[in-house]
Design a protein around this ligand. Structure first.
Ligand code: PMP
Length: 292
């Protein structure tokens, strides 16, 4: 990733990809004073860009810093970046962090840096492959109590246990891991929210100690538009055997069917397929309209 052609937007300027570096004494690197977003562009437009940018700004505020750019400036930088990279479909990664002026836990004076990079990262699966579902391990790490860490921020520090859980899962041959929360309720995967299907209704954990994903909110809206009932509630791991279908949602993962979680089996079915299709249509409104 650190040796490519193209440009990265950094602190208000487009610079060559290979020059977008930080100093080793960057506060964000040592103390996780860093927030980021994960977005996808479809047909030249970032899906739900305004929500992602607002969440980036809010995540920074939760960590006690203000971005030195307005939402409009960040959104304009996204558009120009996609044009300069000549990307129609891309993954986009904005990131903001405290710089390197002061070393130590306190670093109020440090410059706030912001960068946006984009690269081509096709959907994880083609349509047929996707419907087979992925296999999830049960993670040992739990999503923390919101009194332990500001869990509403999309902050780097929250990802340490995600990387640990994902590596442990991959070492055992799984694609990803499902994490419980600090109370023992089902929470989410390491970079995506989770949904279950039972008797024609959707069930998804209440997002009270992890990211209420933009994709999660989109899918809840799409499901309700289809007339499906969506229960946002606490879900116990003991309930997993009673669910028929399961899928993950996230900007990168989109809608990804799940076939296994540890010893539990699911068969991706009609409702999962409908959500995959509805999300694909929502992210590509021009094509959906053209086909109608
Ligand atoms: N949970 C975690 C831990 C994530 O990293 C993500 C991806 N940003 C999500 C949920 C899904 O969020 P979104 O739908 O906003 O991408």
């Amino acid at each position: 990733f650190d040796n490519r052609d193209g440009v990265i937007w950094m602190d208000g300027k487009f610079i060559p990809w290979n020059d977008a570096n930080v100093h080793v004494l960057t506060h964000g690197l040592h103390y996780a004073s860093c927030v980021f977003e994960g977005e996808r562009a479809y047909d030249g437009e970032v899906f739900r860009l305004a929500e992602h940018t607002d969440r980036l700004i809010e995540s920074a505020r939760i960590l006690g810093f203000e971005l030195p750019f307005s939402a409009e400036e960040i959104n304009a930088a996204h558009r120009e970046l996609l044009q300069r990279m000549n990307f129609s479909d891309a993954y986009v990664r904005p990131v903001a962090w405290r710089g390197s002026e002061m070393m130590g836990v306190a670093a109020r004076q440090n410059t706030i840096h912001v960068a946006i990079a984009a690269w081509q990262w096709p959907s994880y699966f083609d349509a047929a492959e996707r419907m087979k579902g992925i296999r999830l391990d049960l993670a040992e790490w739990r999503r923390p109590d919101p009194r332990t860490i500001p869990s509403k921020a999309k902050a780097s520090g929250l990802y340490m246990i995600c990387t640990l859980s994902k590596h442990a899962a991959e070492n055992k041959g799984y694609a990803d891991a499902m994490m419980l929360d600090w109370r023992g309720y089902v929470a989410e995967a390491t970079g995506a929210n989770i949904f279950f299907v039972k008797e024609g209704a959707l069930h998804t954990p209440l997002a009270d100690c992890f990211l209420n994903g933009i994709t999660r909110q989109t899918v809840i809206g799409l499901a309700r538009k289809r007339g499906l009932t969506v229960h946002e509630r606490h879900i116990l791991p003991e309930e997993l055997d009673g669910f028929e279908e399961c899928f993950l949602t996230g900007s990168a993962a989109e809608v990804t069917p799940v076939s296994e979680i540890g010893p539990h089996r699911f068969v991706p079915g009609a409702i999962t397929r409908q959500m995959v299709e509805d999300y694909a249509a929502a992210t590509r409104p021009q094509r959906a309209t053209a086909a109608a």
